[in-house]
Unconditional design. Structure first.
Lengths: 316, 391
């Protein structure tokens, strides 16, 4: 009996931290979905997240206002996205390499700024957990079991989940979304209709990058409340892989993000419970899972036809 | 008419050569702006960097020590690129190779002839690096898995495997005894250290120091690097020989030709009867072999034991990409390029000590160099297209 309760508590714990940990993945991967649907593989998400995490954290540290931190993270993400766009869209660079350059720059610059502008590890009070109380007495958090799992997160987590239907709507039900999809599928056709391929791709990459910046900030000002050098530790690359895993659809990305954060949560619990699995092996799990997920053959045909192919008028 | 054309071609070739330098210059200018904003005099900082990297015997020796893994990793990166695949996994390949090299070296110890043990350990590292890279190569060729993502994930897995082994089975027994449990292996027997330059010089009969010979200025420092005791080891010679061999392999053998053909145009290659998938796996594997050799050489020539995986790989998997790109993915061009970027890494360290500028500035500058170098390719490509359409 007692043992069953413990198992239940652990499972609930995993679900709860799974939902929490999905937050940064969702922002970054949904953002990357926009970029990839427009035909640009932005591999620099990891670097963008780190810059967003630092600028968000630094702004909250200075002003005490988490909303300003969010704006700062989005702006620096947008700027990083513009940098990526100039290199990969205007100068048509090999996207596999330009993304690695962006990552190296983001990693170096965020660490440099952290060391020179803050220097010590300090914490901030970012977004706190919402309470959902009505009439001052009844709180949704008080609902047994479910209350704790679903109603004890910060607004950033709810924002991340809300982003999924919003991005689906933007991609599938708006003219702008149609342009993004068309540019990723057949840029020549879009060009012949007088729509600027370059402009659509710039917008998609910059928006995606701004979301990645917010994703980084969700880690530093919401989930953890601290900044550390290289704190994303590969999350950005996993976010790029999640877009492949989710077949370039927001719904699929959501599924992937939940799966991955659950594995991550499981990994943390393995360490907390001191199970007889070496922690190094447990840490390996999400990365191993990513490779396996990428190797699954289903729905690869849904890949945008022009993904990673730069567009130059009259060259094809 | 003919003359202006020749002039123009000469000018364009000159521009092609200069563009990477302009890209590096631009990255440094942005670095200077960042430094000024932090209240540091960029001129002083860069001066400390150059003097630190090239201005003294020990600085120059350290620069060459760092150029060694950069060149080996860069050769691997170049092979992959030429074969049309991208290897971001050199970091992980280097780590698993360093682990196996250490393991083999410790097992064989001084039971055999020491040269033989060095060779066997090097081969073990090369094979391990190659196998680690063959996995993403196979996944790419047969299952269409994006190799950039899979190699990045393999890096993380390699780091964890390294940590696991160093905390468990491979930990230095002395650490366990002392109770400190620092995750590193025992030191390899001294007999299987790759010889340092000073050992080689001694065996060739150079026993006098620069002071004895009354040398001054640059010749004193250069003589010092070659003859006096520094950290510089024979891995550098090994790497340069490898660069020449790879040049011959890629441009003078049939297998090398096939690899390049697949990289240039997979469709035409398939039509010509070349097995594209097999060549993809081959170029990825070879790429890993060189990253593996870098790891093996770092262990046998410099560290003599395995410790924290990320401290051994030291970012060479990424800085090697920069060195390779700057060397235009040409094995011989990458020799000076590796020395330049080795100097940048050493100089960054010296700058941190002299000016309190964090070394991570170098990381940011390297990233910008990558972005600018791949951007400048655009101009070369554009000219090529024009030439084709004019002709």
């Amino acid at each position: 009996m007692n043992e069953n309760l413990t198992v239940l508590a652990i499972i609930l714990g995993i679900v709860h931290s799974g939902i929490r940990l999905a937050t940064p993945y969702l922002y970054a991967a949904i953002g990357e979905t926009f970029a990839q649907r427009s035909g640009v593989l932005n591999l620099g998400v990891e670097g963008v997240m780190l810059m967003g995490a630092f600028f968000g954290f630094f702004t909250v540290f200075q002003t005490g206002n988490p909303w300003l931190g969010l704006v700062a993270a989005a702006i620096i993400g947008l700027l990083m996205g513009l940098l990526m766009s100039v290199v990969s869209i205007t100068f048509q660079a090999e996207q596999g390499i330009s993304g690695i350059g962006l990552y190296m720059f983001g990693l170096g610059a965020s660490s440099l700024l952290f060391k020179t502008m803050l220097g010590t590890v300090a914490g901030v009070d970012g977004f706190s957990e919402l309470k959902f109380c009505f009439g001052g007495s009844f709180c949704l958090t008080d609902i047994p079991v479910l209350g704790d799992i679903f109603f004890s997160h910060s607004i950033m987590t709810y924002g991340a989940f809300a982003l999924v239907p919003v991005s689906w709507w933007a991609l599938n039900k708006t003219t702008w979304g149609l342009k993004i999809r068309a540019v990723g599928q057949n840029p020549e056709a879009v060009d012949s209709l007088g729509v600027s391929v370059t402009a659509v791709r710039y917008a998609a990459v910059s928006l995606g990058s701004a979301l990645a910046g917010i994703g980084g900030a969700s880690l530093s000002i919401s989930l953890l409340g601290i900044f550390q050098e290289n704190m994303t530790n590969g999350m950005g690359f996993i976010a790029v892989a999640l877009v492949y895993f989710g077949s370039w659809r927001p719904k699929g990305v959501l599924l992937g993000a939940l799966l991955f954060s659950a594995v991550n949560a499981l990994q943390l619990w393995v360490q907390v419970l001191g199970l007889n699995i070496p922690s190094d092996v447990a840490v390996m799990l999400p990365y191993l899972l990513t490779i396996i997920a990428l190797a699954l053959p289903f729905r690869r045909s849904l890949q945008p036809a022009a993904l990673t192919k730069p567009f130059a008028r009259g060259e094809n | 008419m003919e003359k202006t054309r020749v002039n123009r071609q000469f000018f364009e070739r000159l521009l092609d050569t200069l563009l990477p330098f302009l890209a590096v210059l631009a990255a440094f200018i942005i670095g200077a702006v960042i430094l000024s904003l932090q209240g540091v005099n960029p001129w002083e900082a860069y001066k400390a960097m150059v003097v630190g990297a090239f201005g003294s015997k020990n600085g120059l020796a350290d620069t060459l020590v760092k150029a060694t893994p950069l060149l080996l990793v860069g050769l691997g990166i170049a092979i992959a690129f030429r074969g049309g695949v991208i290897n971001i996994g050199a970091e992980g390949q280097l780590i698993v190779a360093a682990v196996l090299t250490t393991f083999v070296g410790l097992q064989l110890g001084d039971s055999l002839n020491s040269t033989l043990v060095i060779v066997i350990s090097l081969i073990a590292g090369a094979v391990m690096g190659g196998l680690w890279a063959a996995i993403p190569g196979y996944l790419k060729a047969h299952l269409g898995v994006n190799e950039i993502l899979s190699t990045i994930m393999m890096n993380q897995i390699a780091i964890q495997i390294g940590f696991y082994l160093l905390r468990g089975p491979m930990i230095d027994p002395a650490e366990v005894e002392a109770g400190t449990n620092i995750p590193h292996s025992a030191r390899l027997p001294k007999a299987i250290d790759m010889p340092r330059f000073t050992d080689l010089a001694k065996s060739l009969g150079f026993t006098q120091s620069a002071k004895d010979l009354n040398l001054q200025g640059a010749s004193k420092e250069i003589y010092g690097v070659l003859v006096e005791p520094t950290r510089l080891h024979s891995g550098l010679i090994f790497a340069i020989v490898m660069a020449i061999l790879i040049y011959i392999f890629l441009w003078r053998t049939t297998i090398g030709y096939r690899i390049r053909a697949v990289g240039l145009n997979p469709h035409a290659s398939r039509y010509a009867g070349i097995n594209v998938k097999a060549n993809m796996i081959l170029s990825m594997t070879l790429s890993g072999v060189f990253a593996g050799l870098a790891g093996a050489v770092e262990i046998l020539g410099l560290h003599h034991r395995m410790f924290e995986p990320l401290a051994v790989s030291a970012g060479y998997g990424f800085s090697g990409i920069v060195a390779a790109l700057f060397g235009k993915l040409h094995p011989l061009g990458m020799i000076p390029s590796s020395i330049l970027f080795g100097g940048l890494l050493v100089g960054g360290d010296k700058m941190q000590r002299a000016m309190q500028v964090p070394q991570v500035l170098i990381q940011a500058i390297l990233g910008l160099v990558v972005l600018f170098v791949v951007s400048t390719d655009y101009f070369a490509r554009k000219r090529q297209n024009r030439r084709v359409s004019v002709d």
